[in-house]
Ligand binder design. Structure first.
Ligand SMILES: [Zn+2]
Length: 84
């Protein structure tokens, strides 16, 4: 298993987990499941290895991939202006 080292925020040892990575691509929100990442058990900070980052970039570059995916609906909530 890859050693993600210590969390750069709080110093705890990172643990490898499979996570959902969300990212915006050309105005569309894309969710990638099963991404191996280092997750901090204390503060929740996440890091991905450089090669995983490159794989993600390659996945979203490949438009054939995007045509065969399933789509989910997500609720959108606007943060109240008077609180901000
Ligand atoms: Zn942490």
């Amino acid at each position: 298993m890859y050693d993600y080292g210590e969390c750069h925020v709080c110093g705890k040892q990172m643990k490898e987990r499979r996570v959902k990575q969300d990212l915006w691509v050309k105005g569309k929100l894309i969710l990638i499941e099963g991404v191996p990442a280092g997750v901090c058990p204390q503060c929740g900070e996440r890091v991905v290895k450089a090669d995983v980052g490159l794989r993600i970039a390659a996945l979203i570059e490949d438009s054939r991939q995007l045509r065969k995916v399933r789509t989910i609906r997500v609720p959108v909530i606007r943060f109240a202006r008077e609180i901000a």
